[in-house]
Design a protein around this ligand. Structure first.
Ligand SMILES: [Zn+2]
Length: 263
C-alpha cells in the first residue's frame, strides 16, 4: 500500500534538526508524497529547496498563512508574490500549489487584522488563478467566509485542509468540486469522523499537518508521516471499505488534485 501526506510543515523549526528522520519515517511507512506547506516568504523558499532536495517525494506549496500576518515585514507579502510569479521553468516543476493560505480570526481581536487577512488571501487567490495552481486552504472558524470569497475566483482545485465545520457546508464544497484533507483526529474526533463519513472518498486526502501535536492515541508523540497509515486504516473503517481500496483511491485523488503522477 502507498500513502500520501498532502499537508505537512517540513520547514517548521521543530523539524529543522530532524528532517532526515522525518523523510526516513515517510519512506519506511510507504508515504510516497509529501506536500510541504509554507507560512511566509522564508518558508516558501525553504519548501522549494526541500522539494528539489527530495525530488519526487517532497512537493512544494508556496504562500502566506493568515497567522501573524500583521507582524510580517512590510514588503514580505509582495516578495512572496514575486517569488511565486517569477519561478523559472525548472523551479516551477517542484511547485504544486499555493498554500497554506486562508482566513483565521480565532487568535486575534486586534483592529485591522481581519481586513489584512482578507487582502492577503485575495492576493494569493488571484495569483493561483493567474498561474492555474491549486490552493490549500486554512479555514479555522472561517469556512463559510472562505467559501464566499472563493465565489469571486475561477479556481477548480481547492483543498480545505483539516476541514472541521460546519458539516452542512460540506456538500456545497463537494458540489463545487473541492477536496478536503483530514488527519490524525480521524481516530478520536467525533466531528472529523462525521466529515469523513459524509465526504465522497473521491474528494478526500490525508494529512498530518505536522509538527502540530494531536490527542487520542497520538498524545505526547512527535507528529510524523508515520501516522498516515493509521489515518487511512480508520478512514477505511468509517467508509466500510477495505484499506487497500481506500489507500489506492486517496493516492489517485492526490494525483488528480495536484495534477502529478507519482505512482
Ligand atoms: Zn497547516
Amino acid at each position: 500500500m502507498k500513502f500520501i501526506d498532502a499537508h505537512i510543515h517540513l520547514c517548521d523549526p521543530e523539524y529543522s534538526e530532524i528532517i532526515e528522520k522525518i523523510i526516513e519515517d515517510a519512506k519506511n511507512n510507504n508515504v510516497i508524497a509529501l506536500v510541504s506547506n509554507s507560512m511566509d516568504y522564508k518558508t516558501s523558499l525553504k519548501s522549494l529547496e526541500l522539494a528539489k532536495k527530495y525530488n519526487g517525494l517532497v512537493f512544494a506549496a508556496l504562500g502566506v498563512h493568515p497567522w501573524g500576518i500583521e507582524t510580517l515585514p512590510q514588503n514580505e507579502i509582495e516578495a512572496t508574490i514575486e517569488l511565486i510569479s517569477n519561478l523559472n521553468q525548472e523551479d516551477r516543476k517542484y511547485v504544486v500549489a499555493i498554500g497554506e493560505i486562508g482566513l483565521d480570526i480565532t487568535y486575534t481581536k486586534k483592529k485591522g487584522v481581519k481586513e489584512l487577512q482578507y487582502e492577503v488571501f485575495n492576493k494569493m487567490l488571484k495569483l493561483a488563478e493567474k498561474l492555474s495552481l491549486p490552493v490549500i486552504i486554512h479555514s479555522r472558524g472561517t469556512s463559510q467566509e472562505v467559501a464566499e470569497v472563493l465565489t469571486s475566483y475561477n479556481l477548480k482545485k481547492v483543498l480545505f485542509h483539516w476541514f472541521s465545520r460546519p458539516i452542512s457546508l460540506l456538500s456545497k464544497l463537494i458540489e463545487r468540486g473541492y477536496y478536503i484533507t483530514e488527519g490524525p483526529p480521524v481516530l478520536y474526533s467525533k466531528g472529523i469522523r462525521e466529515n469523513v463519513k459524509k465526504v465522497p472518498i473521491e474528494h478526500l486526502l490525508t494529512e498530518t499537518d505536522g509538527p502540530v501535536r494531536f490527542s487520542g492515541p497520538f498524545k505526547g508523540r512527535l507528529t510524523t508521516p508515520a501516522f498516515i497509515p493509521l489515518v487511512v486504516e480508520e478512514i477505511a473503517k468509517l467508509k466500510k471499505m477495505n484499506v487497500e481500496d481506500a489507500a489506492c483511491q486517496i493516492l489517485k485523488n492526490f494525483e488528480n488534485f495536484f495534477g502529478i503522477k507519482i505512482s
